[in-house]
Each structure stands twice: as structure tokens, then as C-alpha cells.
Design a protein around this ligand. Structure first.
Ligand SMILES: [Zn+2]
Length: 467
């Protein structure tokens, strides 16, 4: 019989990792994500894999976000030499993300070791280095959406558009089991039907088992028009208050959505600010990849870009200023009002956003807009939960800026969308809730029971089930 092992993103949102073992001995790893945000994330990222990397036949990745792909370099460093499958655009985005992740770890370790040397502690090594990321990237095998491909003997994979970020996928796996074929569908991260640029998630109906993400299992997002009006109002208020607007955003996905929305405001005359800074080298590089795949955007938004003669999404928002260099980034510090600053990281766990906090968060005329999910344990979550002060860059700052959370910008499906997606499966397959905090999963489990009379299982970390 075929087995499914739940190793990561179980009752939490990061560290996606599942292992499928076929009856004939094929071993396929689905996702190899990094743990992010928790206090013990670093420890978990360094812990031994619960399987022998050398024993795997193939690795299958749903999309490029690090919580789904970020430990691939470690897998390569520990001896994995087989293929790593992903969609064509995901393969490109992974290069950006994994090299950046390696660079950040090398840099952070170097700093940490300077401090450790001074207090007489042994140096630490980075979780992985650039050479490991390069080794993993050499193993990439791009697949097109809809193309069925045998990734290991008796295991076939088909990618379907998940509409979450460029290249994101719902993964359909067919696993031969004696003379039967078992169908496993992993939702990946499902997109929000309202978010721009991407398609709606593909609908599938055939499965013996479904793994459903539950990031927003507990609630619905407000629909986009309301959220956009709210954002427009915040921007007007910030203009009247005479402060800047800071938007921490993920480099891949959220940033491109924001550029699209702000471009719309600009064209409608609803953008009072004089400049929008994109202060994230990674987001700037991600834009370049998005620009190469404009043909994968949804038809309406593609037509809107086309009608304005826009070939690069940066052209859609003419007051956008990209600041890749540290000097350009620091120059933003001199601007006290009238700017929108989009910077990483999305959950404020590092990156340039913390430097902008230093110059703006203690000023009550400034506004801070969170366009997405903030995981427990992150600085972003602390601010959203109402922290009076925060410590960044070895200094404490009062939080006087006005804090706004805009759930409608999530790149994730809300509760009703998750239910709408999953209800299309015929014959009520086994349903496993993954990729969500336990409280949210419990709510989703209850609602699925009430609305669909379907009992979803919440697996325990390390649990193994028969497919
Ligand atoms: Zn994601």
C-alpha cells in the first residue's frame, strides 16, 4: 500500500514537508519548506530530516515561497541528487529565493559569530550556503501546467494553477498501488479569487485523498473593492496627517499585487502621495520574472495592462521608484511625508522594513499597513496585536504610527473559498487539513462538517496514513 507521511506545516503554517511512499518502493518528497517565525524555527531548520535524503527518488515543489521550498539547499547538501520538479515560473522564482535565503544566512551567521567570539562562544555555521543553493538549483526540472509526468517509478505528477503567486500550483499525484492508482491532491497555497494578476485556483474533482491548506480556515476576507476603498482612505488620511505609509510585503506575490492596485489608484486620481518606493532588491528582481510571464496573468488584468501599453508592471505605476542599492534605500530616510514605502520582509522578521520602522514607526502621523498574514512569533504579529513598543536594530521604538490590517489583500483563499474549492471533489475523499494554525483548523474542520457533512482530519506531526 502507498503511504503518506505528514512531516511539516502540520498544525502550523510554515515548513511544508510530506513524504509519499509507493508500494513498489518509490519515495517522493512533496515540499521541502523552511520553518519561519517561531522561536525554535532555526533549531527546526537545522534538525535532521525525518528521512534519508539519499533515499528519495524525486522532490515535487508546489511554489517558490520559502516555507515550501526553502530547505532544498540543505537537502542537496545532505546528499540528495535526484530531480526537483516545479512549474516553469516556479523554477525561475526559486533561483531568486534560494540564492537570497543562502545569502541572508551567510550574512546573519557572520554577524552572529562576531558577537559569539566576543563572549567566548563557539562559532555557528549557516543552515546552508550559496554553494548548496546552487547545487539544489541544478536539480530543477521545470514542468508545464497540465502536463502529466512520471517523477518516480509508478508516481505521476500534474501541476494545476493555484492562483496564489506566479507559478504556484495545486499538485495532483497519481501513485500506482498494485493494480490500483491512488490519487492524491495537495492544494498547495490556494489563491484568493479577488487578488489581481493571477487566475482563480483550478477546480479538481477526482481524488482519493486531499490535503487542504487552512491558513485562513477561520474566516473570510473582505472582498477586494471594500479593501481597496479602505486602502484608498488610509492613503488619504496619511496625506492629511503629513506622514509616510509603510507597507511590509512579501517580495513575490504581494508586492506585485500592490503595484497593480496602486497603479489603478494612480490612474483613477486616488493616489495623493508623490512617490511609491519599492525598497526590496528581491521584489525588484521578482518583478522582472513576473514581467516575463505576463501571458500567465488572468485575461482581464492582462487586457488592462495591454490597453495602457504596459509591458512591465513597473510602467503601470509611473511614480514607482525602485531602490535596489543600500544608498538609494538610505536616501528614503530623509523623506518625512508623502511617500509610500513597500519593503520586505512581509512579516517584519528582517529586511529593509525594520530600517523604515526606525525612522517612522514612532511618528503618529505615519501609517503602517499590513496587507497579509502575520504568523505567531513574528514582529509583524506583535505590532498587529497592539504592541506599544518594539525593539529593532538594538533600539526600542514606541509604536505611535497608526496600524492597519487589510485581510482582503491576502494571497490566500479565505474560509468560504477553501470550502468552495474542496466541495468539487466527488465521493468525499479522505480530507486532511494542513498548513494552518491549530485553532484555525479546528474552526475549518467544524464548518466543513456543518456545510458539507464531511469529516476532515487534522494530522499530528509525524503521522503516517495509508493512501
Ligand atoms: Zn505561499
Amino acid at each position: 500500500m502507498a503511504l503518506l507521511n505528514f512531516y511539516g506545516a502540520i498544525q502550523q503554517v510554515t515548513g511544508s514537508c510530506y513524504l509519499i511512499e509507493s508500494r513498489d518502493g518509490s519515495r517522493v518528497l512533496l515540499e521541502c519548506g523552511m520553518h519561519q517565525g517561531y522561536r525554535d524555527a532555526d533549531e527546526r531548520n537545522r534538525a535532521a530530516f525525518p528521512f534519508d535524503p539519499g533515499s528519495l527518488n524525486a522532490v515535487v515543489i508546489s511554489h517558490a515561497h520559502l516555507d515550501h521550498s526553502g530547505l532544498l539547499p540543505r537537502l542537496a547538501a545532505e546528499g540528495y541528487r535526484g530531480p526537483i520538479y516545479a512549474t516553469v515560473a516556479t523554477c525561475e522564482l526559486m533561483e531568486l529565493m534560494l540564492l537570497d535565503a543562502a545569502h541572508i544566512q551567510e550574512h546573519d551567521t557572520e554577524w552572529e559569530n562576531k558577537w559569539r567570539a566576543r563572549v567566548g562562544k563557539d562559532p555557528i555555521t549557516p543552515i546552508y550556503a550559496t554553494a548548496d543553493a546552487e547545487r539544489a538549483l541544478e536539480l530543477r526540472r521545470p514542468l508545464n501546467y497540465g502536463a502529466r509526468h512520471e517523477v518516480a517509478p509508478g508516481v505521476r505528477v500534474t501541476y494545476h494553477d493555484a492562483g496564489h503567486i506566479l507559478g504556484s500550483s495545486i499538485v495532483e499525484l497519481e501513485v500506482d498501488d498494485h493494480h490500483l492508482t491512488r490519487h492524491l491532491v495537495f492544494s498547495g497555497d490556494l489563491g484568493n479569487n479577488c487578488s489581481p494578476l493571477m487566475h482563480d485556483p483550478s477546480i479538481l474533482s477526482r481524488a482519493d485523498a486531499v490535503m487542504l491548506e487552512s491558513t485562513y480556515g477561520d474566516r473570510d476576507h473582505r472582498c477586494t473593492p471594500d479593501t481597496l476603498d479602505e486602502l484608498a482612505e488610509i492613503l488619504q488620511q496619511a496625506h492629511r496627517d503629513g506622514g509616510n505609509v509603510l507597507i511590509p510585503a512579501f517580495a513575490v506575490g504581494r508586492t506585485q499585487d500592490l503595484i497593480y492596485h496602486l497603479g489603478r489608484f494612480y490612474q483613477q486620481g486616488r493616489l495623493p502621495q508623490q512617490a511609491v518606493f519599492l525598497d526590496s532588491p528581491m521584489a525588484i528582481r521578482a518583478n522582472a520574472i513576473y514581467n516575463r510571464y505576463i501571458d500567465q496573468f488572468n485575461p482581464e488584468d492582462r487586457a488592462a495592462l495591454h490597453a495602457k501599453g504596459v509591458k512591465r508592471i513597473e510602467e503601470w505605476l509611473p511614480i514607482l521608484r525602485c531602490t535596489p542599492s543600500p544608498e538609494d534605500s538610505m536616501a528614503i530616510n530623509r523623506i518625512k511625508s508623502g511617500a509610500i514605502i513597500i519593503a520586505g520582509s512581509g512579516m517584519c522578521t528582517g529586511g529593509r522594513i525594520v530600517h523604515h520602522f526606525k525612522h517612522n514607526i514612532w511618528r503618529q502621523e505615519c501609517h503602517l499597513v499590513f496587507p497579509g498574514f502575520q504568523a505567531k512569533g513574528t514582529l509583524g504579529r506583535a505590532i498587529v496585536d497592539g504592541a506599544n513598543s518594539i525593539k529593532v536594530l538594538h533600539q526600542r521604538f514606541a509604536v505611535k504610527a497608526k496600524v492597519h490590517t487589510l485581510g482582503g489583500f491576502s494571497a490566500h483563499a479565505g474560509q468560504s473559498e477553501l470550502i468552495d474549492w474542496v466541495k468539487h471533489f466527488d465521493h468525499r475523499p479522505e480530507l486532511y487539513l494542513v498548513h494552518g494554525e491549530l485553532e484555525k483548523m479546528l474552526i475549518l474542520q467544524q464548518v466543513i462538517k456543518q456545510r458539507l457533512d464531511w469529516t476532515a482530519t487534522i494530522p499530528e506531526p509525524g503521522e503516517q496514513v495509508v493512501l
